[in-house]
Design a protein around this ligand. Structure first.
Ligand code: SAM
Length: 231
């Protein structure tokens, strides 16, 4: 992967960035995503935020090597603290982290989202907590994608401001992903059901405490919920 040729995962993230967006990429590592978007003419101004010195240095170096210092500002900062009001950022990408870490970044500096109209989030795990955060904070899930790369399955969530209400299944699986029902989506959740079934089988042999019984009921509920969404 480099700034000209992104991974399939980051390319999909990039595909949701509108032309003309003013972007902040949080957790930018090598700044590949903002560099790629500037090279493609999709954005002309971007912030690349990184909290760790090593990846920050890599991002600074990459932006210089690509000749993009006029277009991309790299900042060493925790999460959205990289965004300043005068940047007037309207699109934020946060990719390659767990859902809970993405949510903690969104919650820590809500003032940095004042001018933002689109969030493009790619949680490696626990997309559900992002959907829960969206509902609680006035963001609607406007689009979703799922893809497989190097034997890993990734979800991408696009949020725009607006009211949202999701069923339990939509919170867990994603309403757009349920509607699309792609092969990768079916593979992910078929695998998840098999995992839950394995746990069920193993706890059925354990002593029937109240805790075990609660776990058994929870797993049976999840299996039914997902099976219905896949049907
Ligand atoms: N976004 C790139 C991608 O998707 O390929 C890099 C993903 S990398 C696995 C996660 C990056 O996020 C790391 O470079 C890490 O240092 C950075 N990071 C983690 N927490 C952060 C935070 N609170 N603020 C800014 N960067 C953060």
């Amino acid at each position: 992967m480099n700034a000209q040729k992104l991974s399939k995962r980051l390319e999909m993230v990039a595909s949701f960035v509108p032309t003309g967006a003013v972007l902040a990429d949080i957790g930018s590592d090598h700044a590949y995503l903002p560099c790629y978007l500037v090279h493609k003419g999709i954005v002309s101004r971007a912030i690349a935020g990184e909290v760790v010195k090593g990846p920050y240095d890599s991002a600074v170096k990459q932006v210089r090597t690509e000749g993009l210092t006029e277009h991309i500002t790299v900042r060493l900062a925790n999460g959205l603290a990289a965004v300043q009001p005068e940047d007037v950022v309207n699109t934020v990408t946060i990719a390659g982290m767990g859902g809970p870490l993405i949510v903690s970044i969104l919650e820590k500096n809500p003032e940095s989202l004042a001018t933002v109209t689109r969030l493009i989030l790619q949680p490696n795990i626990h997309a559900k907590v992002i959907r829960e955060w969206a509902i609680a904070n006035g963001w609607a899930v406007s689009d979703e994608a799922i893809l497989e790369e190097d034997d890993k399955i990734y979800e991408i969530l696009v949020l725009q401001r607006g009211p949202e209400s999701l069923t339990e299944a939509e919170l867990l699986l994603g309403k757009h992903l349920i509607a699309q029902k792609s092969d990768v989506f079916v593979k992910k959740w078929t695998r998840e059901i098999a995992n839950w079934q394995r746990v069920l089988t193993s706890i059925e042999q354990a002593e029937a405490t109240a805790e075990i019984e609660a776990k058994r009921q929870e797993l049976q509920h999840l299996i039914k919920l997902v099976q219905e969404a896949l049907a």
